[in-house]
Structures are given as structure tokens and as C-alpha cells.
Design a protein around this ligand. Structure first.
Ligand code: B12
Ligand code: SF4
Length: 570
């Protein structure tokens, strides 16, 4: 039987990496079936086109996975497929919390033939077998022999064959830049961020989070060996394809068991499996100097920290008072001393927030080492304690907000602000954090770093801006580049002037020294030693950008580069 796994687009951004569930279920599909994958974020299709593809390819089962944010789109696609007679099974965090909604058992329309509740690692083979016999059940849940809920053991985690999978659709180098990268023979023709999970579960139970309910508070880990092997295979793919690969450890709290995380990072280092990586770790676990040393030495570049608020009362109100705003600055400094920077996430509209919260937060951020801040409004996801509390307090203004999804819109009444005030605060925070001036400031703060490092910082900032201010297509990117031309020109000037001198030198800002690692020079594919120049471009030091030979580039690209304002080119 042919099976299609489909992830609907989120309607806002192109996701920057593949969704792990699709590749995991593909790897868990029993032999004898063919599994196709479509991620709507990278391959947008109309419902009609998708139905046509499914019918033309004689697909016998479509599996759709979605977070709450994409569920309305997922239901619409499922409706179109079922109307064409194709059975649909849905899974993921939303339908786990709302199986009756998907099955039409709550009085609404039915969208799915079957629902996989919770983790599907152990139910997927049965779903496929039942679909093949035309005997899909309504609900599949992981249960033990006594009918009690059980959580899959990750010790037998399957091998996802990343080294041979076609992941071209997830290449992060924008299409219009690829010919330029190829022309100058950089190692950046492709750049992929690959999700790897090393464990599941978080016992902290923050009120707004679905994770503790979904994965349970029993924490389970893969073996270090299987994680290290996966990284080694990715590393060899990067080498073979002359591209770059970075890893996103999607564990909810990568250091939830500090001892085990240290052991894993030591094993990665010992096996030479370092790739540039990013992971989510709560601030309280980053007090440990040895852990932070190992993070840096194993290739850790960015740590996502759910700070949520700089107000302890707010954190207490959502059961996250294990996170201490008073130590945020020290945590960030500790990371920055090792050239590891943070993506800091904030939520506005919490019960103790009042107007001005954005500016107060920005004031603190300005005192920190440069971070990539992201801001959102507190959102009650179904199945969370927050949702239950707000429902009980009668504060839900859009109890089924997911059926009418609008990005960055609140679904309940905040206590000390109005809904429009919260939205204004969110916009203010994004605008000020990613303005050209803010970007210049951030790059100025890491001026002592090597140029390739600063370039990657700049590119990452530009991508992050796109989370809130959509920037699709070459035109939008060129405009953004023009707006940030001062920062870019400064970088280019440093690249041309300083590269030969700085190329061999370590500019580590760490005060501990002696680890034998040159920042930006080892620790993974995204920063492997490169005998070329800054950013891998073969460029004699005396050559100015104005003299770049644009011949040989596709005409469209050459035209776009030539129409950049002169100041952005020189
Ligand atoms: C990686 C990640 C992201 C990535 C997503 C991109 C990507 N390509 O993966 C990024 C960082 C962009 C992201 C962003 C957001 N995320 Co997120 N994210 C995660 C995270 C940490 C890991 C997901 C993952 O890969 N898990 C591992 C896989 C194996 O688990 P899984 O996806 O649940 O799949 C299993 C089952 O659910 C099931 N399954 C899943 N789909 C299907 C489909 C079928 C057919 C079947 C049979 C089974 C099945 O089988 C799998 C194996 O057991 C999860 C938390 C978590 N640990 O899951 C949050 C999580 C999914 N995110 C969440 C949220 C809220 C968001 C944001 C809305 C946050 C925000 N406020 O901006 C944004 C919005 C995303 C967007 N723009 O669309 C929530 C979702 C809650 C909900 N009810 O929807 C989660 C659960 C975290 C949380 N704290 O609650 N996220
Ligand atoms: S620490 Fe993170 S993953 Fe754990 S419950 Fe809180 S928000 Fe969720």
C-alpha cells in the first residue's frame, strides 16, 4: 500500500526544518509499503492538487499531523481527501487533546477516519495494517497488555536514514542565493537544519505547556550510541554533499537530566560527531559551568530559553517559578563567554502584565549579551491546565480559537490589560528587537568575533525577523538587505580588511581558556575548518565587492545584485 504523510503549512512562515514525526513514522512503517512525505511549508499545494496527487498515485492511507496552530488547515485537507474516498488518520498534540473534535463526536463535522492519540511509535504499524485491510478503528492509543496507557521506550529508536533521504525541499539557502554560492564555490550551497530527539518528557508542568500532559512526566532517553551514530551519518552527508548541516535537538528540555546530558555531550565529543547544534534548555539548568563547557565543546551554538517573563509574579502564576529572572543575565553571560548565544522566548499578556511590559523587557534585553528574542501572547492550548483554568474562570473569548486561527491574536481576556494592548506590546517588542539599529547593535556587541561567525549571526537575525514580519521572495529579502546595509557593509569591510589576519586566530571570549577548540573553527559541519576565506568565499584580500565578477551567474540573479543600492554593494 502507498501511504502519504502530510504536514499542513502554518500559513505564516516557511518552517526552517523538517517535521520529525513524518520521518520517524516513515522509518517505523513495516516493509512492503511505500511512504511519501509532503510538508506543506516547503511544498505548498491546493487541496484539489493534493487530492489529485493522492488519487493518481493510488494512495491507500493519508496520515496528517498538526499542532493546534495548523489544525483548521489540516481538517480542511482531511475533509477534501475523505470526500474523494481516501481514508485519513490524524495524529499529533492537537488531536490527542481533542480526539472527539477530529472524529465528529462532539457534535461538529467529522474530519478523520481514525485518530492516533499520544505517541504513535508503537501504534503506527497497526494503523497501517488495519488500513490495508480496510478495517481502521476510530482511536489508536498506546496501551500495555492490561489496557493501561504506556509510553514507548526509546531504547529501540529506529534509524532515520538521513544520509540518503531527499531533503532538498528543506534547503535553507534561498533559491536566488544558491547560484551565487555555487559560483563562488562556497560550502554553503545547501544548509539543512535536522531535528533529532534524544529524549522525551518534562516533569516541570508549566501551566501553558502541552508537553507534560502529552509525553508524561516520565522522562525517557535514547541510547547515547544511537544519537552519536545519527550525528556521524549526518556529518558524513554534509561532507559528501559539500553542504552544511546543523542539528536541532527537539527535546523539550535537553538538559532535564544534567548528568545524562553531560554524558551524551562527552560521547559526541569523543566520537568526533560534533555538528553545530541548537537545543531548548530551561535557564535554571544552565547554572552548571561544566555543562556549559560541554555544550560549547560539542558544537552547541544557540540555546532556546523559555524565559517567558522578567516578572517573578508572572512566572509563579503559570507554575514556572523554578525559572529566576534575577539570574537570566548571568546565564546569558555564561553562555556568551563560550560563544554560545540564546534565543529567548517571552510571553506577554500574563496575569500580572500591564501596558509597558514590552519596553521593560527590551530594557533588560539591551543589557544582556546579544540574544534573538521572540515574543508571543499567552495562548491557552487545549489539554493544558491553563486552558482548564481560563475556561473555569470564564475568560476564554474564543474557546475554539484554532478553528479560526489568526497569528498573534489572543483567545482570552488578560487580567490587567486589554487584548489590543497585549497585541500592541508584542508588535512593539518585535519591531524594536529586529530594527536595523538593533541588528547593528547586536553585531557591534560581538565585534571581537570572527567574521564568519558574525555573518551567521546576521543571517540568523534576518530569518528570525521573518517570524513576525513575513518576508517571502527575493524582493522582500533584497529590501531587507538594503535596510540593513550599514551592518552588512561593516561586515564586508571587516571581511576584506581583517580576514587574513583573523583567519588563523582564535577570538574566543571565554575567560577559562585551554580547551584546545578554536571557536568557529571546529565543532561541526557548520563551522568545519575551511581553507578558503571568510564565509568560505575564494576572495583575494585586496578584492573589493565592487569588483566581484558577476559573469556566469543566472541573468535574474545578476540583475538583482546589480540593482542593489550602491552602498549595499560596496
Ligand atoms: C520542534 C518544535 C517546533 C518547531 C517546529 C518546526 C519543525 N519542523 O519541527 C518550531 C521551533 C518552529 C516550533 C514552533 C512552534 N511550536 Co513547537 N514544538 C516543537 C517540539 C519541541 C518538538 C516537535 C517534535 O519534533 N517532537 C518529536 C516528535 C516525534 O513528536 P510529535 O511531533 O509529537 O510526534 C509524535 C506523535 O505526536 C505522533 N504524531 C504526530 N503527528 C502524527 C501524525 C500521524 C498521522 C500519526 C499517526 C501520528 C502522529 O507520532 C509521533 C511519534 O510518537 C514540540 C514539543 C515536543 N516535544 O513534541 C513543540 C510543540 C509541538 N510546539 C508547540 C507550539 C505551541 C509551537 C508554537 C505555536 C509556539 C509559538 N507560540 O510560536 C510555534 C508555532 C509553529 C509554527 N510556526 O507553525 C506546542 C504545540 C501545542 C499544540 N497543542 O499545538 C508543542 C507541543 C510544545 C509545547 N510546549 O506545548 N515548534
Ligand atoms: S520546562 Fe518547558 S517543556 Fe517543561 S513543562 Fe515547562 S515549558 Fe513545558
Amino acid at each position: 500500500m502507498k501511504v502519504l504523510l502530510y504536514n499542513p503549512d502554518n500559513g505564516v512562515t516557511r518552517n526552517f526544518m523538517p517535521h520529525l514525526w513524518m520521518f520517524l513514522l516513515q522509518a517505523l512503517t513495516p516493509p512492503g509499503h511505500e511512504v511519501l512525505l509532503i510538508d506543506g511549508n516547503t511544498k505548498p499545494m491546493t487541496d484539489a492538487a493534493l487530492v489529485r496527487l493522492v488519487l493518481e498515485n493510488d494512495i491507500g492511507l493519508v496520515g496528517i499531523g498538526a499542532m493546534t496552530r495548523m489544525i483548521a488547515k489540516a481538517y480542511r485537507v482531511a475533509d477534501a481527501l475523505r470526500a474523494a474516498g481516501v481514508p485519513v488518520v490524524m495524529g499529533g498534540p492537537h488531536v490527542t487533546a481533542m480526539p472527539d473534535e477530529a472524529l465528529g463526536r462532539d457534535g461538529g463535522p467529522r474530519h478523520a477516519d481514525a485518530v492516533a492519540v499520544g505517541e504513535a511509535d508503537e501504534t503506527w504499524a497497526r494503523i497501517v495494517a488495519d488500513a490495508e485491510c480496510g478495517e481502521l478503528k476510530e482511536v489508536y492509543a498506546p496501551l500495555d497488555a492490561c489496557g493501561q496507557p504506556r509510553k514507548p521506550d526509546l531504547q529501540g529508536y529506529p534509524q532515520i536514514p538521513w544520509e540518503s533521504l531527499d531533503i532538498e525541499q528543506f534547503n535553507r539557502i534561498p533559491g536566488f542565493l544558491r547560484p551565487i554560492m555555487g559560483h563562488f564555490r562556497t560550502q554553503w550551497e545547501t544548509f539543512h537544519i535536522i531535528p533529532i530527539e534524544t529524549g522525551r518528557g518534562c516533569p516541570y508542568g508549566c501551566e501553558f505547556c502541552t508537553v507534560t500532559g502529552f509525553f508524561g512526566n516520565s522522562i525517557r532517553f535514547r541510547s547515547n550510541r544511537s544519537v552519536v551514530d545519527e550525528m556521524l551519518r549526518l556529518k558524513s552527508r554534509a561532507r559528501r554533499t559539500r553542504g552544511k548541516i546543523a542539528v536541532f535537538f527537539v527535546d523539550d528540555n535537553f538538559a532535564i537530566n544534567v548528568k545524562r546530558t553531560k554524558a551524551l555531550l562527552r560521547d559526541i565529543i569523543a566520537a568526533g560527531a560534533q555538528l553545530a547544534w541548537v537545543a531548548q534548555i530551561s535557564a535554571n539548568l544552565l547554572r552548571d559551568e561544566e555543562l556549559v563547557d560541554l555544550i560549547a565543546d560539542s558544537g552547541g551554538k544557540w540555546i532556546f530559553i523559555g524565559m517567558e517573563s522578567i516578572d517573578p509574579a508572572n512566572l509563579a502564576s503559570v507554575n514556572k517559578d523554578f525559572s529566576k529572572p534575577a539570574e537570566y543575565a548571568a546565564v546569558l553571560e555564561r553562555l556568551a563567554r563560550r560563544n554560545v548565544y540564546a534565543i529567548t522566548s517571552f510571553i506577554f499578556g500574563l496575569d500580572n502584565d500591564v501596558p509597558g511590559v514590552a519596553e521593560r523587557t527590551l530594557d533588560q534585553i539591551r543589557d544582556w549579551p546579544p540574544v534573538l528574542p521572540v515574543f508571543g501572547q499567552i495562548t491557552p492550548f487545549p489539554g493544558t491546565p491553563l486552558y482548564a483554568r481560563l475556561a473555569q474562570e470564564g475568560r476564554l473569548t474564543r474557546p475554539k480559537h484554532w478553528l479560526d486561527f489568526t497569528p498573534f491574536q489572543m483567545a482570552h481576556t488578560p487580567l490587567r490589560m486589554t487584548i489590543p494592548e497585549v497585541q500592541r506590546e508584542v508588535t512593539h517588542a518585535w519591531r524594536n528587537s529586529y530594527s536595523p539599529a538593533a541588528t547593528r547593535r547586536a553585531l557591534g556587541a560581538i565585534r571581537q568575533q570572527q567574521v564568519p561567525y558574525r555573518i551567521s549571526h546576521l543571517i540568523t537575525r534576518l530569518f528570525f525577523r521573518g517570524i513576525y514580519f513575513p518576508q517571502k521572495g527575493a524582493g522582500a529579502w533584497l529590501k531587507l538587505i538594503a535596510q540593513n546595509r550599514r551592518a552588512i557593509v561593516n561586515l564586508i569591510r571587516d571581511a576584506l580588511g581583517n580576514w587574513p589576519a583573523s583567519a588563523g586566530a582564535s577570538t574566543r571570549v571565554s575567560d577559562r581558556g585551554g580547551h584546545g577548540r578554536q571557536d568557529g573553527q571546529d565543532g561541526g559541519a557548520a563551522s568545519e575548518p575551511d581553507s578558503k576565506t571568510a564565509a568560505g568565499i575564494r576572495l583575494p584580500a585586496e578584492k573589493s565587492l565592487a569588483n566581484f565578477d558577476l559573469k556566469g551567474l543566472p541573468a535574474k540573479v545578476e540583475r538583482q545584485v546589480r540593482t542593489l543600492p550602491e552602498s549595499a554593494r560596496n
